[in-house]
Write a protein that binds this ligand. Sequence first.
Ligand code: HEC
Ligand code: HEC
Length: 387
Amino acid sequence: MKFIVVSCCLALLMGCNQSSVTTVEESSEQKNIRDLLELPAHISTPAIPEYNPLTEQKIKLGRFLFYEKDLSANQTQSCSSCHFQELAFSDGVATPFGSTGHQLTRNSQGLANVVYHSTFTWSNNGFLELEDQLNVPIRADNPIELGVTDSNIEEVLARFDNDPDYVAMFAEAFPDSDSGASINKIIFSLASFLRTMISANSAYDQYLLGDTAALTEQQKLGFSLFNGEKFECFHCHTGNNFSVSYRDSNTTEDTIQYPFFNNGLYNVDGQGSYPSEDQGLYDLTLDPADRGMFRPQSLRNIELTAPYMHDGSIATLREVIEHYARGGRLIENGPNAGDGNLSPLKSGLILPFETTDEEIDAVIAFLESLTDYEFINNPKFSDPFEE
Ligand code: HEC
Ligand code: HEC
């Protein structure tokens, strides 16, 4: 299955590089993106919105801003307060606290290969570009993350306008616009930096590129179980980024999907409801069928991004797989008690299956082959203030 996907991408890429008259322009643009991102051959070219082309200057500014505490109103938090490079840009806690002490209801997502998702956050069918989503951490008031509001925005922007290093970086990143910082320039630069966070050098990638010894026999067994009709994982976690929420420069309007699924995590009322503080897509659409609908998360670097699920309510990969093998999670006591396996809203792909400890170990070992040590140690993504 994976091989088919990968070879399609390669064929498409090679097709583009063998320039015919109609594709010359597009392919040179794609080549620039590939060079800038240093993409290995088996990774497809991401889709970059035309209104925010990637440039080295924006990427550089975005990297500084990602680690910049002055971007929070009270100067206590930066993006990196909840997205740590050593954890593939997740943070290791179930749900983090924002800059003013509010606890968020959702788990901080890892950011590896975020550019390849077709929607952003755990569950939002309206965030189709990173530029749409990034207002949230900066400006949202419920829950507060960085806490920038109408009343303090001028003060926050003045911090950048009064700093000669930032004045220069903003001017270099946006040479054609008026001088000075703005929220849009900040968002465009952060989005550009996030798009460079490509993870493509795990043992699994080396295996795909032809090193058959890069995976152990146990990991190869886990790979085939993951892609088999008993475990069913690949239906929702497939392709290069292990998510059907996927897009790249070859995705067209006709082929793009915006998938959300209820994977049987909760069933608090026997009708498939999730805890009222977060019912996924339903909280946006108010369509009862959307209760518990979340985006299938990428599984790249999944070993590092525990705890799991939108609310961080599953501690280990073993428990994740046990949840799927049961056909949904059973919570016996407390306010969220209920049997996810009996949820009328869970996806038809979440069905109980018989398995063994050996098989579960193999799938875990395969998932661990997606850990990319180069990514978590890559100086391109590290804190520039520590250089
Ligand atoms: C207080 C903790 C916190 C801070 C600070 C924070 N984030 Fe996040 N981030 C989260 C959480 C929690 C989510 C999941 C949000 C959701 O699903 O609604 C998330 C989601 C994201 C996503 C979506 C990932 C995906 O796969 O769709 C991106 C991108 C992101 N954050 C980037 C940033 C950037 C850039 C900043 C700084 C401007 C930032 N975050 C600041 C906690 C934080
Ligand atoms: C019907 C689609 C579907 C299938 C099949 C499926 N998943 Fe998922 N997976 C999801 C969704 C949706 C989420 C996020 C759910 C949430 O947060 O409430 C998820 C979350 C996860 C997570 C947690 C991700 C994170 O960052 O916290 C892991 C790990 C995972 N799945 C592994 C698997 C494995 C292993 C299998 C096969 C046994 C599997 N999935 C089968 C849809 C699916």
